[in-house]
Design a binder for this molecule. Structure first.
Ligand code: ADP
Length: 524
């Protein structure tokens, strides 16, 4: 079966899912942490380094303090001159401080990271604002440097306060970079929230992927393995009718199919073995019965042989003695006496033949074996049968000319062949046909006798080789021919089997004989 989805591919898919899961997790976490780090840095740097316009306005505001000093208005010229001088000195000092505050603001503006992040338009606003403030401060400085300051102090103070107010307003109108910082902080907070959501979504997706992975592992691997395991255990416990089922379309399905095939084969082997054991047990029982029967028959045959000989001898001698007397008796009586005497002799003779056969069957002794040409034996028997008047109209075909050698006792095998040919011819009527084929096989010669005679029912086939089993009329058959033949063939370590499709379908007897001596074959 072609693999649709192999476990290897599934494992790779599983691995990719795990990697994807870990990657997503790592990316979202790292991104969240970096975002948080950027936010903290931004706030920190912004707070420490960003220029503040409030500092600038506070610095410029220092110029107002000397201007607010209270005038003595005493009318004393010396006092008023001293006040004007002190006020100018305080203004110059305040101006110096304002200049350094402006310079510091300027420096912060030009210093990274602020200078790197500030927008061009914003920078232009700062530049023009600071330039105007510088101009105002220059104007203040110029005013303070006037030679007639002490004399025209009120006018100059008014001028200075005008320039200071202008610079102050300008500084106040400048955009406050810390406001920008607040905007970026808000942006950073949005970013942070976004990344936090991303972490949650990624976490949920990872969990879903993990659950999916576990589900797939259970469906694709764990459950089929468990089913295989349970099925294998059931089969191991003897339930050979059980079949594994798996529809995963991968190696598990192949394994289940192989396992089922193995179980089927095992089941077939087991039932074959069961059948063989049953056959062997039946054979054993039959052999036991035959052995007992053989023993009994031999005893009986031996016991009745002598009385039979005595009867035959007595009948003969009676016939001889009565030869003088019978001509004197009435012709009918004499004929009757002769008939009885002859009948006694013939029946005694027939009984003796039966007991001879019984003794043959019981003896079963091994005759001397040699290599015999089975074709010649068959041709001999067939030649003899053709001369028997009652079988003259039967057709016998021997499908072999060439010799076929077997390691047998020639006369015994001749007896078997004679029995098989006689049975086959007797089973057929006029125009009956018998085909004999002889085939050489490794270690064996096989003979088959196929006739178109009356055939055999399954019941006849079952009892065929039992002694005294016959379907012939009383007095015509002894039922010993096949049982003796089988005994002979078994002694040769060969086999004799019969088959028939049924009554009226003809019969086939198959005979197998060894080509080498049993001991030689055992050694080989
Ligand atoms: P018998 O020939 O004395 O009956 P056998 O042992 O030779 O004894 O045969 C036993 C029985 O087997 C026969 O009575 C006959 O029913 C059956 N038989 C043997 N050979 C054939 C055959 N070729 N065709 C049909 N039946 C046969």
């Amino acid at each position: 079966m072609r693999q649709q989805r192999s476990i290897r591919r599934k494992m790779i898919v599983g691995l990719w899912l795990v990697l994807l899961m870990l990657g997503t997790l790592a990316a979202s976490s790292i991104s969240g942490v970096y975002s948080y780090g950027r936010l903290v840095r931004d706030i920190e740097e912004g707070l420490v380094t960003a220029p503040r316009s409030s500092d600038l306005t506070a610095a410029i505001g220092r110029l107002f303090r000397p201007l607010l000093l209270e005038h003595p208005h005493s009318g004393i010229a010396q006092e008023e001159a001293d006040f004007a001088r002190d006020q100018r000195a305080a203004l110059e000092q305040a101006l110096a401080l304002v200049r350094s505050g402006v310079a510091e603001f300027q420096a912060k503006l030009n210093k990274p990271p602020y200078s790197a992040n500030v927008r061009e338009q914003e920078a232009r606003v700062y530049r023009s604002g600071l330039l105007k403030i510088d101009n105002d401060l220059d104007a203040i400085e110029e005013t303070l440097a006037a030679d007639d300051w002490e004399r025209r102090r009120d006018d100059y103070a008014l001028q200075v306060s005008k320039y200071a107010q202008e610079a102050f307003d300008k500084a106040q109108s400048l955009p406050d970079p810390s406001k920008e910082l607040l905007g970026r902080l808000a942006q950073a907070q949005i970013n942070y929230r976004w990344h936090r959501s991303l972490v949650w979504i990624a976490g949920a997706a990872t969990l879903a992927l993990l659950l999916n992975l576990v589900h797939c592992a259970i469906r694709w691997v764990i459950r089929p393995i468990r089913d295989l395991h349970l099925g294998a255990r059931r089969i191991a416990e003897g339930d050979f009718d059980y079949r594994l089922s798996s529809n995963t379309g991968d190696e598990m399905t192949e394994l289940a199919q192989d396992f089922n095939q193995m179980t089927e084969r095992f089941q077939a082997i087991k039932s074959d073995l069961d059948r063989q054991v049953r056959d062997r047990v039946q054979q054993l029982i039959r052999s036991e019965r035959l052995a007992g029967l053989g023993f009994l028959s031999a005893g009986v045959a031996h016991e009745i042989n002598n009385p039979l000989s005595a009867i035959a001898m007595a009948a003969e001698s009676l016939e001889y003695r009565l030869q003088e007397w019978l001509p004197l008796a009435a012709a009918d009586d004499a004929a009757e006496v002769r008939d009885y005497l002859r009948m006694m002799q013939e029946e005694a003779q027939r009984c003796r033949q039966i007991t001879e056969k019984l003794l043959d069957f019981a003896r079963g002794q091994e005759g001397e074996r040699n290599l015999y040409d089975v074709t010649a034996i068959v041709r001999d028997v067939v030649g003899m049968m053709r001369h028997l008047g009652r079988f003259r109209d039967r057709k016998i075909n021997v499908h072999r000319e060439a010799p076929a050698y077997a390691w047998v006792n020639g006369p015994e095998i001749k007896q078997v062949v004679l029995n098989l040919v006689a049975n086959a011819l007797e089973s057929t009527g006029a125009d009956g046909k018998l085909d004999i084929s002889i085939t050489e096989r490794p270690d064996q010669v096989e003979l088959s006798f196929t006739d178109n005679g009356c055939g055999m029912s399954p019941d006849v086939l079952k009892h065929l080789f039992e002694p005294f089993f016959t379907t012939k009329e009383v007095g015509k058959g002894t039922g010993l021919g096949l049982s003796i033949s089988q005994r002979i063939i078994r002694d040769h370590d060969g086999a004799l089997e019969a088959t028939s499709a049924g009554k009226g379908q003809g019969s086939t007897f198959r005979l197998r004989l060894p080509t080498t001596a049993q001991t030689e074959r055992a050694v080989a």
